[in-house]
Design a protein around this ligand. Sequence first.
Ligand code: HEM
Length: 469
Amino acid sequence: MKLLNSTTVVGAIAALVLYFAIGRIRAWARLRHIPGPPDAGWSIFRLARWQCSGRMYKRLQELSRQYGPVARIAPNWIIVSDPAEIRRIWSVRSGYHRGPWYKGFRVDPSTDSIVTAMDNNQHQSLRNGILKAYQGRNSAAQEEVVDAQITKFLDLLDTKYTSSHAAGIRPFDMGHGMQFLTHDMMSTIEFSAPSATSTPTPTRTTSSRPWKRPSARYSHSDPEVPDPDARQADFLQSFVDSPLTRAQVSAEALVHFFAGADTVAICLRTAVFLLASAPAAYRRLQDEIDRSVVVVGGAGSIRVTRPVVAEAEVRALPYLQACIRETLRLWPPIMSLMGKVSDVADEICGVRVPAGTSVGIGWFGVMRDEGVFGRNADAFEPARWLEAEGERLARMEATQGLAFAAGTRWECLGKRIAMMEVGKCLFELFLRYDFAMTDPIEPFKLFHVAGVLHQNMKATITKRGINEI
Ligand code: HEM
């Protein structure tokens, strides 16, 4: 009996091992024709190691250089670094949909938000439901609340973080500081209340528990019925007024904390850093900004709105816009794999890709493609956007636009708000202050997860004295 038992156990283990081995071999064989590191076909260990290293973008760039525009990175994963193919795969009619990678962004595991809906029909219906909120109906009001937060932020810099002979060096940690600013801007647009983190005298509101906010807009007696007395003119109200269920409203309300605040913060601090490291671009930007606040007479001179420049005025500054574009190109704030899946087999750059394969994007390969952006694609060179013309410019714009998934089914709904916030902030910062990295030898530590974390990114900020104008 005892012998029989141990034989059964050994047999069961052997069957399990065989089952596992056959599964592995089949998974390996599916994509064996796609080049990549030999172990990538067998396990996700290498991918996990890259992710944990905080340098995934770099590893993927090296991989694309070594293996070409289509490379295998895990048993069921490939990355594509060809700009034209990524634009095709992400396009509305490609038939691709989001893959299981997106499940990781579910804040509430039982309810999908617009950024986690994998099925194209479900995604489209959510998108239709919330589109109104983003369509700029309230853009004047949004601009007003953003201006108020920027003004508070500038006051904070003036009182606590500007360096001078008298005050000494008072480093400003952009890693945290920009994040607080963008969370304040976003939560005011969304909930009519700042997170109150960047203000000199923080007022602790319910902001520390933002997921509670949607509850306050519904009736106590029936949690699915909006409370007319709790109405506000903000994003959350538009969601409450939409056909979305209360659970969907809660899921949507939280999207902005990473999709809307972290992204803009990454863009802002990256822009300041890149400009502080590129003297010619820095001078040209400041020159354009200075000329826009001083009335010099003659054609082209404008006097911008004070104390915070208006969105339309920022849009009319070509070099500032070029700096933002170039920042988003070199360091897209969301540089994750964003795996898309097709239910039918496809051919990418002439390589057969079986149905069900997760197709990720090699961001550095795409955004620094020399065929699209020129031989100096790795350099921060905003002028390229003013010099390029015709078809070349169109190709550059279409590729760089992928930073916002522009022209795709998943196009960023917050692009206008993001561009408004970034434009206004950069204008006011470079008008009023000069920036240098406090530690030029090691300006910051970078950790790339889905976005880019900048740790210990300290800037020394000095006043320019031009802000009296
Ligand atoms: C520089 C700032 C930003 C960048 C680079 C950015 C980038 C992106 C990208 C690449 C996507 C597509 C994700 C995917 O493949 O599923 C996306 C989607 C989205 N973004 Fe942004 N975003 C930014 C700011 C914002 C802001 C400020 C908001 C909110 C006000 C926002 C709201 C959204 C929403 C709701 C989606 C989902 C769209 C959909 O799936 O249909 N984003 N964004």
